[in-house]
Design a protein around this ligand. Sequence first.
Ligand code: GLU
Length: 490
Amino acid sequence: MKIRTRYAPSPTGKMHVGNLRSALYEFLIAKHEGGDFMLRIEDTDQERFMEGATELIYRTLEKTGITHDEGPDKDGGYGPYVQSERMKTGIYMKYARELIEKGEAYYCFCDKERLASLKTEVVEGKEISIYDKHCLHLSKEEVEANLAAGKPFVIRQNNPTEGSTTFHDELYGDITVENSELDDMILIKSDGYPTYNFANVVDDHTMNITHVVRGNEYLSSSPKYQRLYDAFGWESPVYVHLPLITDENHKKLAKRSGHASFEDLLEQGFLSEAVVNYIALLGWSPESNAEEKQSREIFSLEELIQEFDYHRISKSPAVFDMVKLRWMNGEYIKAMDFDRFYEMAEPYLKQVLTKDFDLKKIANMVKTRIEVFPDIGEHVDFFETLPEYDVEMYTHKKMKTDQASSLQVLRDVLPLLEIQEDFSNDGLYQMLLKYVEEKGVKNGYVMWPIRTAVSGKQMTPAGATEIMEVLGKEESLQRIRKGIDKLTNA
Ligand code: GLU
């Protein structure tokens, strides 16, 4: 049987990394087996609907390369692919009525006041009211009369009060719950829309979905879905509920922490390929790592497709480690094609550099040194203005320099630089090398004070001569003179 998976987001806001992981795993499961991956928009909760959220879903899938084979924009014969449109076809009502016929569901006409008066129970910290099956006992005539009178209604699932229901998850195994714990959940709401609880079952079945991957917050409702499958006499799909993603403090990812959504990560300068690679490893690891006792971590989407065996998904919560994502992003930046890198780096360079510098040269200097694009500024800002620096920086044990030796070197090289015509990196290097040889000292003994004087920084993305090439003759000489002044007055 051909594998068919679906990503079924609700258009309610930004793309949470948990949702992106579900989408990615669904995509990988399908593609690993040559199956189809489908996009279904679950917009039945009209109150949570957010303008623009559907477009954001499309943009994210496109950017990440998690490409759907079927969806609202690509008909594959199972449409419509948007739940509000499916509703208009009458599909949910038709199946709800089928359940009513079978005694597995019933009309409920209880008003708000009556529901508010029902007794409540605390389940997982939340207070919920358990419906008392009041309307299950209405006679057929009473139901007909209410419907004819246009009384508002919902349709509820009729769960047994005795026995138990078992449901199977690929990771969590068999989960059995007492039927007495299953609330008669609403299938069709008073506005005629199906609930997620009902629509996901009807849709997954009618769209021939074979594997469902979603967050484990749905685990507790799954026995109720199982009862729906059983009531219809349908085979349920393979379920894979994914472990929670936590932050570094083992708390649920919070919006303000900055790693909650894909858009937040992009805004912070992460590359979408790195984010996808990182998210793939949030709860999954490839078999080859276990076999070869290695921990390879860089995978392209193609390689993930090759490697993705969903049985290797872990049940334990996955920690979102920003330090590791930053490292991974740095690896992607290093491996990036220069032109694309430059295109992305340019705005960050221009934020701190307004003078007429060779930005491509500067970009090349930082490419292997940054983890995210916003790191660029602090590496290159000294080109724009020489920072205030401490003369202590001229002292370097390994280079065998101190303030006196540095002052001497700067005084010696200043006139040489003044008459130097070729201010290219190579030209400067050759000239200074001659001085080094004449003096019989080590390279660093000369280069360290020059680099300090022209950058005012302990760490720079390039050596003294490369920096001078970018700064140009006039600015370089000024900075060297300033260094001489500083050292003289120290
Ligand atoms: N619409 C649900 C959500 O966005 C989908 C859950 C599922 O995949 O079944 O959370």
